[in-house]
Design a binder for this molecule. Sequence first.
Ligand code: M6R
Length: 603
Amino acid sequence: MCGIFGYIGKKTTAAQIVLEGLKSLEYRGYDSWGVATIPIIMKPFDSAQGEQFSNSAIAVKKQVGKIGNASVNDLPEGNLAFGHTRWATHGGVTERNAHPHLDCSHTIAVVHNGIIENYQEIKNKLIIKGHLFLSETDSEVATHLIEEYVKTRSFSDAVRTAFNDCTGLNALIVTSLKDQKIIAVRNGSPLAVGFGDGENLVASDATALLPFTRTVHFLEDDEMALLTKNTITINNVKTGNEIVVKKVRLNWIVDQTQLGSFPHFMLKEIHEQPRVLESIASQSVATIQKNADTIKDAAHSYLLGCGSASYVAIAGAYLFSKIAGKHINWAIGSEFGYQLDFLNSRSVIIPVSQSGETMDILESVKKAKLKQARIVALVNVFGSTLYRVADHKILIAAGPEKAVASTKAVTAMLAHLTLLAYALAGKTKAGQDVVKRAIESTNQLLVQKSIVQFKKLARQLKNTRHLFVIGRGLSYPASLETALKIKEIAYIHAEGMAAGELKHGPLALVEKGTPCIAFLPNDETYGANLAGAMEMKARGAKILGISHTPHEIFDEYIEVKDAEEATIIPNIVVAQLLAYYLTLERDLDPDKPRNLAKSVTVK
Ligand code: M6R
């Protein structure tokens, strides 16, 4: 949550560079934004403009709303700037609460990601010392605390001491007019530094560094980076000792992070799925087998995920049971920490995460590690925190995913789990064939004729207040995922459930015309699912059947070609397309839904 980007170097357009960096990170938070720069020139006072920048204060521009077409042409030239796109935690969405925050003398600026848990206590002490607070945020205390410490120690020592005083999981970027360096420090929230040529950078997501450099270091917890134009030094924030780090060279493709000819990242990412799935299915049998071996002998194993990834975890439990006869449990990332007392060194935890930065997952993984459990992570972002802490890493390899609604990462996770289950059953080749069938089925959903049908359905459903999604077996997690997608971006209340649960309560909500999406794949659940849909229909529901074959009870029908156990993949593609076109019909932005952000780095 919150995008951070900082630049120090030879160019004098630092604010402009930072603005562009922030635009590429906007999916991390988009309720407000701000940029701070250290001016190198004195602007003549212009009363019509109403603003004067001098080189005795840090210049800041902040605005509420998306960064979209914003400009920082009114900020002065400078060689150092950093900025922030906010996802509010403490304090409403206002210009004052937007970052960067300045100290009382306007010579220290800070941007922050995370939550300073003891901020009130620190703030009270600082107020007594005479500091003037302008915002309601927890972040502003860091600025004034550094201002206080810098009176008696060096700038870097002041930042270090202040950071250590703050409890919680945080990342800070700080500069001071006097020192003209950038200090970046983290404990929990992600940060990467980029080594350029006569310029150095920092960002909360390394993809934003690609236009400048491919040589990066992902800051570990308790690391503090000090950036000048030509150097980056890393110290331990607790001890102050210098750390020699191994730089990482990224081989990511810049094009993958661009929108290209698509109107939205979500649509682009939906259409990328056949290619992503193809490369997953084409991994060598040896690689798939090697990954499967890491979970083969576990005494107990748990799949963990949050949001869409938690539904992937549920699907995983079905897949391993059905295909490999193996019991793998699943848990929601934020809950697992309360039920892991039985773990030991023979336990295997399989966290599943696109970003690899989801705090609810990382916290549970940390606790599991303390119990000596082995961590086998299924993660999309190379270099992410989860990637680094895992004992064994399986890269999802879906490429960068920018839309807040996860699409290609979800189906890619499902493809990996399907292959692992088949590999455990000693039938890796059959697993690859099944995933290939899912690709063929997905391709048929992406052709123009099918898109026309999704648009038509979206027009029919756009004024719906609430709807149901039902399925059994692997279609149960597909139902949960469909409901989440519709809620998340189209803002329609949708309830996904196991079809068998209808008669235990929710059926009371069904009335004439209530839309019900029913998954009826060609598997052992078909008959029981049909019964569920009929129970709905008998009470007046309108049934949208998603199946390999039409049925007379369907009011609308979407054909999904059978792909055996991998049919959940095209079924989820149906959910994505329906949610996407519903969102457009409702005049909403599918890439940036209200109140949400791409990477959930707070608890
Ligand atoms: O990065 P992760 O896969 O760990 O993210 C987990 C969830 O936050 C994520 O799937 C979320 O539910 C998506 N917005 C769903 O579309």
